[in-house]
Structure formats: C-alpha cells, structure tokens
Design a protein around this ligand. Structure first.
Ligand code: GDP
Ligand code: MG
Length: 370
C-alpha cells in the first residue's frame, strides 16, 4: 500500500516540514519528520489543507488504458490559457473573478451570467481566457495532486492594504511547485491605506521581484471595487499566454479534469469539466474515477446548449453514473462498455485497497477491549 513521509507530505502541501510537524502536534499527533503515513492518514491530514490525495494506482490504470495519442504537428492549434486566482482570504479573489466576468458580458449574454459553472471563458480583444472560479485554491491544489496540471497562469491577489499573508505564501509555494507562472494583482487600490510598494517589498522575499523594480514579475495594481486596472490585468494575462505558445490538438478524443460536480435532483450527477486536450462531444462515452457514462447533454458557461467543446473550454455535462470528485481526470473511451469496465476496475481496486488496509486501522482500544 502507498505510504508517504511527513516530510514528503509537507512538500505536497506547500508547507515547511517543521511547520507540518508542529501543526500535527497541536492536533495531538506526535510524528517526527521522517515518520511514514499510510494513505488514509495522509489523505486525512491533506484534507485539512484542502488538498485531495489520490492513489497512484488509479492514475496508472487510466494512463495505461487511455495512453495519449501522438500529435501530428500540423494538428496542434493555439489554445486559451487556463487561469486560477489565488491569494489570502478576503484579499478579493471572488470580487476580482466577478469583476472580470461582468466586465466581459455582452448584451446577449446578460441572462446567462447568473449561470455558475465553476469556470468561465472571457474574450479579450477576440482572445479567450479561461478562469477557474472555484472557492479558494481547492481545485488548483486538488488537481495538482492528481498530477493533472490544468492551470497555466496563477493570478496572485494581494490586498494593497494588508500585504503578504500566510495564504499568500502558500499560494506562491503551490504555484512555484507546479511550475505555474505567477502574475500579481495588487488589489484594493481604491483604499486610502493602499500601499503597493510595501506589497512589492514583501514579495521580494519570495523571489517575486516586480518588473518596475528590475525583476521579472508582472504586478498590476487593480481594484475589484472600482474596476480600475482590470483591463490591464487581462491584457497581461493574454501577453504571458502568448509567450507560452499553448497548444492542443482539437482533433483527438478529449481528456481533461472535473472542476466541480454535484447531484441534481432532477438531472442526476452534474459535472463541470475542463477539456484540456481534444474535443468533447455529446454522445461521447467518458470515465472519471468510478463515474462513467455517455454524455447526454452539454451546456457552456453562458448556459447555452452545445454539442462540442474544444481545448481549454469549460462545460457542464450530464449523463454520468455517479458524482465524480473535483480534480479527477476524465477520459473519453472507445465505447460505453469500455468506460464501464474501466470504472468497474477502479471500483474493484478501491475495494481491494480498503480490505488490505483495514487491519492497520485497528486501534489500541480495539485490541484491549477484546
Ligand atoms: P476572497 O476571500 O479573497 O474571495 O475576498 P472577497 O472577494 O470575498 O473580498 C473580501 C472583502 O474585500 C469583501 O468585503 C469585498 O467587498 C472587499 N473587496 C474586494 N476587493 C476590493 C477592492 O478592490 N476594494 C475594496 N475597497 N474592497 C474590496
Ligand atoms: Mg472568496
């Protein structure tokens, strides 16, 4: 069975090993940095940090069955960047995402804006940018843990009146560990107490040196409240994305990630997925962990029915057998039968692991009460 050391787990969580040891101690778990944890204990700790751990085995099964087809160079096309907004609580992530979304609504879409599907695409001078709109940085970390790197750029929101705070540092660590480019949005510039220079000063310690200070880090002063600077921020994202030359092949079968999912009373399991490569179509048989099914209907981020979704496009899908987990990868199978078989082998594997690991979970109390 899978094990991980406290030290390795700390790395995964973007924390210092000694900090994790301390945090565990406060919760009554005395573990030294080299102690090994079984999967369930590690997963339970990770959950406290909004990180979902996944067993390698599941990924292995998927990657074996759905080995990625080689791309013909001529089939590769530019794809939109996928952007996540991270930062300390109350620094304005939600406000910024809302401001971006609303700044981009055309008249025809006004009704669709109430639609919330966990990710949306905005057009900046005809260039699309996809934003993940999930609470906190949960999705980002969960997906990174699952090896499915789905974001290209992280917008780090730092409130100009508050500066770098613990979750700012966590976000920086996560983005760096994942090799994701960071653009800093210095928010709340409308406040009289705003001090952008202090923010830049504090960021130096984390190797984020602002461009106007001779560094490489793009820092954009913004206000989600007055919308000041939002256009510049979006332009910068487009600029960084262009330099990255992000490509995908819309001609192949789709694969991607579950952004969020829930059970709808009338419609059954509903999942927001982000297509990472290929094109997803209504009728495609898909599998995501233990969930499988044929896509019955797809809706875009404006609430419109669509039949297809290409790379970097978020869509809501219906037709899965159960609710998949956010952060799971999804794959299009050859047939519905294959999708079901893969899901069943994952369910069987999970059950097998559960049986294998059960004896280890016997506590001292259990032993003495016998
Ligand atoms: P989150 O926790 O990072 O998602 O932060 P929120 O978006 O919920 O914002 C936290 C608080 O800061 C709310 O009361 C917002 O109204 C406020 N806020 C966010 N952006 C700005 C801004 O640009 N200027 C001002 N004055 N307040 C802001
Ligand atoms: Mg929020």
């Amino acid at each position: 069975p899978a094990t991980i050391s406290v030290k390795e787990l700390a790395e995964v969580l973007g924390k210092k090993g000694s900090d994790l040891v301390m945090a565990l101690m406060k919760k009554g778990q005395m573990l030294n940095i080299n102690a090994t944890l079984d999967f369930d204990s590690a997963a339970a700790i990770a959950e406290d940090y909004n990180v979902i751990l996944e067993k390698e085995e599941e990924k292995d099964i998927m990657e074996t069955v759905f080995a990625e087809e080689e791309d013909d160079e001529k089939d590769l096309q530019e794809r939109p960047p996928v952007v996540v907004v991270m930062g300390h609580v109350d620094h304005g992530k939600t406000s910024l995402l809302d401001a971006i979304r609303h700044s981009n609504v055309t008249k025809g879409e006004a009704g669709g804006i109430t639609q919330h599907i966990g990710a949306y695409t905005v057009q900046i001078d005809g260039k699309p940018i996809t934003f993940l709109d999930t609470p906190g940085h949960e999705a980002f970390t969960a997906m990174r843990m699952r090896g499915a790197q789905i974001t290209d750029i992280a917008v780090l929101v730092v409130a100009a009146d508050d500066g770098v705070m613990p979750q700012t540092v966590e976000a920086i660590n996560h983005a760096k560990a994942a090799g994701v480019e960071i653009i800093v949005a210095i928010n709340k510039m409308d406040k009289p107490s705003a001090n952008p220079d202090r923010v830049k000063q504090e960021l130096v310690e984390y190797e984020l040196l602002a461009e106007d200070w001779g560094g490489q880090t793009i820092c954009v002063p913004v206000s989600a409240a007055t919308k000041e600077g939002i256009d510049t921020l979006l332009e910068m994202i487009t600029l960084v994305a262009e330099m990255k030359e992000l490509k995908a092949n819309p001609k192949k079968k789709a694969r991607g990630a579950i952004v969020e999912a829930q059970l709808d009373k009338g419609r059954g399991p509903v999942a927001t997925v982000l297509v990472q490569n290929g094109t997803l179509q209504v009728g495609d048989p898909i599998v995501a962990g233990a969930a499988y099914g044929k896509i019955r209907a797809m809706t875009d981020d404006k609430g419109r029915r669509v039949k297809k979704a290409g790379p970097s496009t978020p869509v809501e899908i219906l037709g899965l057998s159960e609710v998949p987990s956010a952060g799971d990868s999804f794959y299009v199978a050859e047939s519905e039968k294959q999708a079901r078989q893969v899901a069943e082998s994952i369910i069987a594997k999970n059950r097998e692991n559960l049986i294998k690991e059960t004896p280890q979970k016997v506590s001292l109390d259990d032993l003495f009460s016998q």
